[in-house]
Structures are given as C-alpha cells and as structure tokens.
Design a protein around this ligand. Structure first.
Ligand SMILES: [Zn+2]
Ligand SMILES: [Zn+2]
Ligand SMILES: [Zn+2]
Length: 197
C-alpha cells in the first residue's frame, strides 16, 4: 500500500509551524496522558465548559476542536444530530417542553414535596396509654416526605433535605420515570396531554 507522503495540512488559521516527527508525537502523547491522569473528571468538564465560551476560543479553534473530536469518535454523529434537532418534546417527568440540545444531566429538576409534620409520643410521658401505634413518652415533632416516603432526620424535622427529589435528563419515555403520584405524576394525572404511552 502506498504511503501518503504529504502530511495533512494544519487546519487553516494555525500560525505555528507544526511538527509531525515521531518524537513530537511521543511528547504530545505523554503530555496529554499526564494531563488526563492528573485531572479529575469534574475539573476537566468545568475547564472544557469555560474554555468553550472563553475569550481564547476563536471560531477556528472551535472548528478544529470539534473536527478533532468527531474524527476521534468522541463526539459521535448521534451527538451532532441531537444538538441540531429542533423537534420540541414533552418531558413525561417534569411536563415541560424542551429541545434535545437543551437537555442535560441537570435539565429536569423536581423539588421534594413539602414536609409533613407529625408528632410521636403522648402528652403525659410514660403514664397515659397511647392510642394504637403511639409511642409513650415525650412528644416529638417528626417530619415526613410524602414524595420519598421517608421520615426526615429527627434533628431537622421541619427542614427539607438538601437537594431536590430528582435531578437528571428530560425524557419522553415513561419507563425512565419513577412516578409516585405526589410530585412526579403521569401526563394523565397532570392532564397535560403530553402522554406518549
Ligand atoms: Zn422527595
Ligand atoms: Zn423534565
Ligand atoms: Zn405531561
């Protein structure tokens, strides 16, 4: 097989002379490998995101970066198609309308229900017979989250736990949704007409 002698032309806009020697390749590989092995996924992600909108990112850099990532199969045709898809969809979890390019792991957010307060114990500790299911002893206020079907930490009875009930991607598939009839209802229960069941 005939070897291609001429090297690919460095992408337009690159002013620096590029070296394609094996030594340079080894060095570049070592630098990138070291970088990846010493950068957390979160740090890599945040640096990538800020670089995309940073002032150093010229249109040429952007095009070269995307081109390289597509050539390497890191950015796949599916990703390109999703990002360019203008179809509006109805999320069967939060019931909002979205286009896929606005979807992300933090796009669909469902807060917890309000905390329900209830008491345990009886007024006269130890003496008065409590009703069924009642615990004898001092009265304590407890919190309960209907959405999670979970009691709250007794020391924070009236406070919501940190975070939301659900944070994730919007979806059009009911199989992806954990309905609970309180804060995550079906399209039928919501009457929103967005059901694609
Ligand atoms: Zn919850
Ligand atoms: Zn959603
Ligand atoms: Zn709906």
């Amino acid at each position: 097989m005939e070897r291609i002698i001429s090297r690919p032309i460095p992408q337009r806009g690159c002013h620096q002379a590029m070296s394609f020697s094996p030594a340079a390749r080894t060095e570049s590989l070592a630098i990138l490998t070291y970088f990846l092995n010493n950068t957390t996924p979160q740090e890599l992600h945040s640096r990538f995101i800020s670089a995309l909108s940073g002032r150093l990112m010229s249109p040429v850099h952007l095009e070269n970066l995307l081109s390289a990532l597509e050539t390497l199969g890191i950015v796949t045709p599916v990703v390109r198609a999703a990002a360019e898809d203008n179809t509006t969809r109805h999320c069967v979890r939060c019931h909002r309308v979205y286009v896929e390019r606005h979807n992300s792991g933090r796009a669909c957010v469902i807060p917890h229900d309000e905390v329900q307060l209830y008491t345990t114990g009886t007024a006269e500790s130890g003496n008065a017979g409590g009703g069924p299911g009642q615990v004898q002893g001092p009265i304590h206020v407890r919190g309960y989250l209907p959405c999670c079907k979970a009691p709250l930490d007794p020391s924070h009875a009236s406070h919501l736990p940190a975070g939301n009930h659900f944070v994730g991607r919007h979806t059009t598939m009911v199989a992806n949704v954990a309905y609970n009839a309180t804060n995550i209802k079906t399209c039928t229960q919501k009457g929103c007409g967005g059901a694609q069941e």
